[in-house]
Design a protein around this ligand. Structure first.
Ligand code: FES
Length: 147
């Protein structure tokens, strides 16, 4: 029977071990390579080249990416150099929200309203749209699976 340290380790198992070390634990040199590997495992579910997407040219512009491995993703331009990658599923009863203007996202079912960055404004949902983590590198926006 193989010893425990020879088994492949999942990211969950690794982070479980880190948490078990407690608040006073110090990340030693031995843990750093595992931490780097675990972070690299974060799965990219969609990429877009920003320069090729005219829909995102203006603030308030948006693209709805359908059926990615992470589900539907609403990419919105929130500022001159800022974007958000939102889960377009309304937290109230799971209708798909719509971008109504450069300042407003609204759910068609019961009219919950959100700012363009997904922040809750009004209506029965009572919470903001969830966000996907993303990076922008060399003009490519890469969305990772929800954390
Ligand atoms: S499902 Fe969106 S407000 Fe009810």
């Amino acid at each position: 029977m193989p010893e425990d340290h020879q088994k492949p380790r999942t990211r969950r198992a690794f982070f479980g071990d880190v948490l078990r070390l407690g608040a006073g634990a110090v990340v030693t040199g031995a843990l750093l390579p595992q931490l780097a590997r675990a972070m690299k495992d974060e799965k990219v579910v969609a990429t877009i080249k920003l320069a090729e997407r005219k829909e995102l040219a203006a603030i308030g512009g948006f693209i709805l990416l359908k059926d990615t491995p992470g589900g539907d993703i609403l990419i919105v331009r929130t500022g001159k150099d800022s974007y958000e990658a939102l889960n377009p599923i309304c937290p109230h009863k799971e209708c798909t929200v719509k971008v109504k203007s450069a300042e407003l996202i609204q759910c068609p079912c019961h009219k919950s309203a959100y700012a363009i960055d997904g922040t809750y404004k009004s209506g029965p949902a009572k919470k903001s749209l969830s966000k996907f983590p993303f990076t922008i590198k060399d003009g490519t926006l890469s969305v990772m699976s929800e954390g």
